[in-house]
Design a protein around this ligand. Structure first.
Ligand SMILES: Cc1cc2nc3c(=O)[nH]c(=O)nc-3n(C[C@H](O)[C@H](O)[C@H](O)COP(=O)(O)OP(=O)(O)OC[C@H]3O[C@@H](n4cnc5c(N)ncnc54)[C@H](O)[C@@H]3O)c2cc1C
Length: 372
């Protein structure tokens, strides 16, 4: 058993595990502590949509992290499969993006941002759109197709990450409900009832719970849970194979005939229930876009808690008032897509190296200018 990890990661969602995988790949001794089984929160609940990016033209912090991750997604699934045998279901499925009349202005802005970034965008008239989605409702006259858009089966991905981490010697400690952080001078120490972690550095990757973990140290991190409900349908034959997005809602077809319909955005604290209203709204949305989904079988529904931040971007890096405390949390709707880039930059920061991308707009310092 590894009693003296160099780096302790608190939280084994996609962010903590990807960071651990990157660190272990560089020969660093890592422990991941989770209060339950790893990969069972937002990283399990999400839809696994992976939008494209172009790093050389990415200007905003969001675009940089998305584009960097988009590059890394090209190789990560194969690396994990080679190591663990687990196929995470990553595939380039493309996406059809549509909008309602109310969303037209925002949609046009998004379109010009994609174009400015150099993302491949194909305009679709009604005839073209039917080639991608023959069953699309008649009242959708046009849209655009993003051929580089991908998806991953996120529950399988976190399973592959955890297995790969274990194989590389990462110590994963599950069901640790009573981890506490205390201050000793400028350094933070982590203990559980039966263990004191003698680690050089601690990184908090506890998703929506990160602010609770940091509270006892007097650190105010403006990360709040944002509930997202999801419905899973099943059809005998998929009526389309690409993702369909309309505003903040979407339909994601899996290769085996399962279809995810998401999602709500609700500020209801740490409450993970599904509601009649939420589920009914998603079913109505799916049927209004693809009428034949009205005959699909409803398999299950669930809800997850996205780690929301005021500017919808994560906080990555050292918390300045401490020598050894770091954070990687607040990815909101984009934690799966941004996880490869996040894991790489956090590993670099934890090892005192300069990350591959400019971190401006992604670090902890901006907390000072925000209200939760
Ligand atoms: C419905 C829904 C749809 C989504 N769809 C997408 C999508 O299509 N694409 C995309 O990119 N993103 C999507 N997201 C967002 C994405 O899932 C999250 O941004 C991402 O999973 C956050 O990962 P995380 O590791 O930070 O948090 P989590 O996955 O929530 O992991 C946090 C971990 O910390 C642990 N933890 C909490 N407290 C403690 C403690 N005190 N001690 C130890 N461990 C602790 C938890 O048990 C958990 O394992 C979606 C989210 C939801 C809910």
């Amino acid at each position: 058993m590894n009693q003296r990890p160099d780096i302790l990661i608190i939280g084994g969602g996609v962010i903590g595990l990807t960071t651990a995988w990157n660190l272990a790949g560089q020969g660093v001794s890592v422990s991941v502590v989770d209060r339950q089984q790893v990969g069972r929160e937002a990283s399990w609940a999400g839809a696994g949509m992976l939008p494209p990016g172009r790093l050389q033209n990415a200007i905003t912090p969001e675009a940089r992290l998305r584009a960097y991750s988009h590059q890394l997604w090209k190789t990560l699934p194969e690396e994990l499969k080679a190591r663990t045998g687990i196929d995470n279901g990553y595939r380039r499925c493309g996406s059809v993006e549509t909008c309602t009349a109310n969303q037209a202005e925002a949609f046009d802005r998004q379109l010009s941002d994609w174009r400015a970034e150099g993302i491949v965008v194909e305009e679709l008239d009604r005839t073209d759109i039917e080639k991608h989605i023959p069953a699309l409702a008649e009242n959708v006259p046009s849209g655009v197709f993003l051929p580089e858009f991908g998806q991953v089966r996120n529950p399988r991905h976190v399973k592959a990450l955890a297995a790969a981490c274990r194989q590389m010697g990462v110590e994963i400690l599950e069901d640790q409900e009573q981890l506490s952080l205390t201050l000793s001078g400028q350094r933070v120490e982590a203990t559980t009832p039966d263990r004191q972690f003698a680690c050089d550095r601690i990184c908090v990757c506890a998703g929506s719970w990160s602010s609770k973990v940091l509270d006892p140290l007097g650190v105010s991190l403006p990360v709040k849970p944002v509930r997202g409900q999801m419905v899973q349908l099943k059809v005998s034959q998929l009526p389309f194979s690409c993702v369909i997005e309309q505003g903040r809602r979407y339909i994601v077809p899996r290769a085996d005939g399962l279809i995810l319909v998401g999602s709500t955005e609700e500020y209801v604290g740490f409450e993970k229930r599904n509601t009649t209203e939420g589920v009914a709204d998603l079913l109505k949305f799916a049927e209004s876009l693809v009428p034949e989904l009205g005959r699909a079988e409803v398999i299950r529904c669930w809800a997850g808690l996205r780690p929301g931040s005021p500017d919808e971007l994560p906080f990555l890096g050292r918390i300045p008032q401490f020598d050894n405390l770091f954070v990687g949390a607040g990815h909101f709707r984009s934690g799966l897509q941004m996880s490869p880039g996040t894991g790489a930059v956090l590993a670099d920061i934890l090892l005192n190296r300069t990350p591959d991308i400019d971190m401006d707009g992604l670090t902890f310092d901006r907390v000072a200018t925000m209200t939760a």
